[in-house]
Design a protein around this ligand. Structure first.
Ligand SMILES: NC(=O)C1=CN([C@@H]2O[C@H](COP(=O)(O)OP(=O)(O)OC[C@H]3O[C@@H](n4cnc5c(N)ncnc54)[C@H](OP(=O)(O)O)[C@@H]3O)[C@@H](O)[C@H]2O)C=CC1
Ligand SMILES: O=C(O)[C@@H]1CCC=N1
Length: 267
């Protein structure tokens, strides 16, 4: 079995690590690169995985997943570049960072794949979009897809769509959690106990998501089925229109897309 290294074990790195372990990947085929001793001990205790320096992890692995912040990518690539070799697969999960940026900092022949994952990977319901770099074979791309398939769904997209994907599914869980928070708070304002409001909103979210996935019915039709003429839903949706919530979603996702583009330029 090939060796996989995860460099950067924060929120997303640990999510990937835990998913690989849940999917049955043997921990002796996994390595983690982590510089903080306390965090290294925590990961070793939690998963039984070997935590080593970045250079050692990169040298030993066949696949290197980089999960540091976009702003830390340049320094990390400078650190490990000397231990990378042609044929190795480097998978970047960082927002904004292009395969061209990575390829310009690693030896010729290292295969690069750019991935945009999301945090529902923690419960094996992740959504990941993968794009090959310029020296990437079908086998390399399939390997990156298999890595992400252990924690959810995977789609292949052209790299030019990655900033938009980041705005939709990468950041998407945060928008959903924001809506959930807002609805729970509204329930409290309407006099419901907080626990009751929380239970109602979470089950409504899960049920609605399941309907979308299992019926395949368009969301507009599902919304219309809830909206009785001159009823309560129509009254609520009218307020959302008055407050321009649809326009706000569009502006928000444009801002996320633009921020992803700016990260590519190092800002
Ligand atoms: N969180 C999310 O929902 C998503 C995140 N991503 C991407 O994943 C990447 C990581 O994000 P996230 O997990 O949220 O961020 P975190 O800050 O939680 O994790 C980044 C980790 O990288 C570590 N790190 C920094 N420099 C190095 C280094 N040189 N070597 C090894 N480890 C290092 C940090 O350690 P320390 O804390 O000690 O500095 C930290 O543990 C980002 O590029 C982000 O764009 C993509 C999609 C979704
Ligand atoms: O907020 C961010 O920049 C990262 C990328 C997508 C989700 N979180």
């Amino acid at each position: 079995m090939s060796q996989t290294a995860i460099l950067g074990a924060g929120v997303m790195g640990e999510t990937l690590l835990s998913g690989l372990v849940r999917a049955g990947r043997r921990v002796d085929n996994l390595l983690v690169g982590e510089k903080r001793a306390e965090r290294a001990r925590e990961l070793e205790e939690r998963y039984g995985v070997a935590v080593v320096g970045n250079v050692e992890a990169a040298a030993k692995a066949d696949t290197v997943a980089i999960v540091v912040k976009p702003q830390d990518m340049g320094d990390l690539l400078d650190e490990i570049s000397g231990s990378l070799r042609p044929g190795q697969l480097l998978v970047s999960l960082a927002a904004g960072i292009t395969t061209a940026f990575i390829e310009s900092r690693v030896p010729e022949g290292v295969a690069v794949v750019r991935v945009m994952p999301n945090t529902p990977a923690l419960v094996d319901e992740g959504m990941a979009a993968v794009s090959p770099g310029s020296h990437c074979s079908e086998e390399h791309l399939a390997e990156a897809e298999a890595l992400m398939a252990s924690v959810g769904k995977v789609v292949r997209i052209p790299e030019r769509q990655q900033d938009a994907v980041t705005a939709i599914s990468g950041s998407g869980p945060a928008y959903i959690f924001y809506v959930v928070e807002s609805m729970i708070e509204a329930g409290v304002h309407l006099g419901l106990p907080r626990n009751t409001s929380t239970d109602l909103v979470i089950q409504t979210l899960v049920g609605s998501a399941k309907m979308l996935r299992e019926t395949g019915t368009h969301p507009t039709v599902l919304r219309e089925q809830v909206t009785s003429p001159a009823g309560t839903t129509a009254a609520a949706l009218r307020e959302l229109e008055v407050h321009k919530v649809r326009a706000a979603f569009l502006a928000a996702m444009e801002a996320a897309r633009d921020r992803s583009r700016a990260l590519a330029e190092g800002s």
